[in-house]
Ligand binder design. Structure first.
Ligand SMILES: Nc1ncnc2c1ncn2[C@@H]1O[C@H](COP(=O)(O)OS(=O)(=O)O)[C@@H](OP(=O)(O)O)[C@H]1O
Length: 362
């Protein structure tokens, strides 16, 4: 009765410690579950990073972290034109799954850029590369080195997704290849930037370019009336951009004033369709990446008529590019195409010589 008894207090203490043991076990089990579901890496990274960032500058702290992130561009069906536009608009990142890289790491200048060519297959290449866990790429075309250079490098870097040590940052803007100022500008950002050019038969490329313009402006004059000088019906007009872009050797000469050939990779737009895994092996080697993206990532979609991504990382749904990629081309008269082929032949030959690659267009 109101008496203090040692046994009753010990009993209370025992119950207390049982609760703490139970609580500790629950914590450990929860943590283990957390780790098994892959989140504990981010906890470790976060702790490590926030700790280090107190001691080191951000870049140095980031350089000490190991990459574990697997990202994916998970769109489980063919994108509509509108969706694709949105995806290509600034600020939209198709990597919508939870990922360490989306929230950690730092924004870096791209170490590699797909600089061209328009209608060569640049979107396909970028989307295939994004499957790689060590590639972080901006989905939109930044157009920094041609249109928005005045906005400054800080603006440009800010567009980039965050990356961790071991990951490379990339972007694609196909118009860089034909922009006279682009080579010096890219070089002044970093002379060690690796450059990728997806090239495609310039005749097909011109038709593809025309098809795209026609889709936006149905009252566009015929291909034939635009391709020849003053409607001459004979002399190809190189001032028409659809023709000019395909004189690859002219544009390449400008890049070679600022970058050695070894820093450039020429991807065959045709092989990117007929043998995506083979072409991706070359690209991954060039970028110093492990060959992760390969045969198992692709299947040939008969309806689309193009290779599509079978199973992007973290998604079980196949994925093709949108409707604006792989459009049906209008029928062009054979003699018109032949004249265009004849026009490009000498330029193509010189291009093969300079790059040391025969693309087989002639
Ligand atoms: N896998 C896959 N799926 C769909 N389309 C593919 C693919 N690989 C290459 N291509 C070819 O890419 C052409 C479009 O090139 P780009 O992406 O460089 O165009 S753009 O400059 O960004 O507008 C596009 O040109 P068109 O066929 O004229 O539409 C395609 O031929």
């Amino acid at each position: 009765m109101g008496c203090w008894t040692p046994s009753s207090d010990f009993g209370h203490l025992k119950a207390h410690s049982r609760v703490s043991v139970l609580f500790t076990m629950i914590l450990i089990i929860t943590f283990l579950f957390y780790c098994l579901s892959g989140y504990c890496e981010s906890v470790q990274l976060y702790t490590l990073q926030s700790f280090r960032s107190k001691l080191l500058p951000v870049e140095e702290a980031q350089a000490t972290l190991q990459p574990h992130a697997h990202r994916n561009g998970s769109v489980s069906r063919e994108l509509s034109d509108q969706e694709e536009k949105r995806q290509e608009g600034f600020g939209y990142d198709s990597h919508s799954n939870l990922s360490v890289s989306n929230n950690f790491g730092t924004k870096e200048f791209p170490q590699a850029i797909i600089i061209g060519v328009k209608k060569g297959g640049t979107r396909a290449l970028l989307e295939f590369l994004r499957v790689h866990p060590d590639v972080r790429a901006v989905g939109a075309e930044p157009h920094f080195f041609d249109r928005f250079y005045q906005r400054g490098l800080h603006w440009y870097r800010n567009l980039m997704p965050r990356s961790l040590e071991g990951q490379i940052t990339m972007e694609k803007t196909p118009s860089y290849f034909i922009t006279p100022e682009a080579p010096s500008r890219v070089s002044s950002m970093s002379p060690s930037t690796r450059l990728i050019v997806v090239v495609r038969d310039p005749v097909t490329r011109a038709v593809s370019d025309y098809t795209q313009t026609l889709s936006k402006n149905p009252s566009l004059p015929s291909f034939q009336s635009l391709v020849f000088r003053n409607g001459s019906g004979a002399v190809v007009d190189p001032s028409w951009s659809a023709v000019r872009i395909g004189i690859y050797v002219k544009h390449l000469e400008r890049w070679l004033r600022f970058f050695p050939l070894e820093q450039m990779l020429f991807v065959s737009g045709e092989r990117l369709v007929s043998d995506p895994a083979g072409e991706m092996a070359r690209v991954q080697d060039f970028l110093g990446l492990k060959r992760v993206v390969g045969e198992k990532h692709f299947y040939f979609n008969q309806t689309k008529g193009f290779p599509c991504l079978k199973k992007p990382e973290g998604s079980s749904h196949p994925r093709c590019l949108g409707k604006s990629k792989g459009r049906a081309h209008p029928q062009i008269q054979e003699d018109v195409l032949q004249r265009l082929r004849d026009f490009y032949r000498p330029f193509n030959r010189k291009f093969y010589q300079m790059t040391g690659q025969d693309f087989g267009w002639d």
